[in-house]
Design a binder for this molecule. Structure first.
Ligand SMILES: [Zn+2]
Length: 132
């Protein structure tokens, strides 16, 4: 995937969500068609940690079922880095299990920034977030 299209409203709702959970990390799933996000799932971070996330497995399963039964694809997984950095961590690389765009919402100097990454084979590259 070279880019992921997301609306300004969707991005704002993710920022509001991760902002309300900071300083803990928070996470969720992005679904849609053809690299265009149509549905956001906010999933509880079972780890309740400022430095890592573990999606609640029941919520994750329910979201996967909804995505399937509505004919969408899982396009992305997002999580926050409330204290930065704006890039993927070694843990993110080690734990990346899906061929989807990983969106990281990082708070730097009080401002949230969103970036997308494709993680595979122990490395990563940037996926452009097209905010429409
Ligand atoms: Zn991370």
């Amino acid at each position: 995937m070279q880019s992921l299209t997301i609306s300004k409203e969707q991005l704002q709702s993710m920022i509001a969500y991760v902002g309300s959970h900071a300083p803990l990390e928070s996470c969720g799933l992005l679904a849609g068609h053809d690299s265009k996000v149509e549905k956001i799932f906010f999933v509880q971070n079972q780890a309740q940690s400022p430095v890592r996330y573990v999606m609640d497995p029941i919520e994750q399963l329910n979201a996967f079922e909804w995505i399937d039964s509505n004919g969408m694809d899982l396009l992305g997984i997002f999580h926050s880095h409330p204290a930065g950095p704006e890039t993927v961590s070694p843990t993110d690389i080690a734990e990346a299990a899906y061929a989807v765009t990983y969106v990281i919402l990082a708070r730097v100097d009080g401002e949230w920034h969103a970036r997308g990454f494709w993680i595979e084979n122990g490395g990563f590259r940037e996926v452009i977030l097209q905010v429409t």
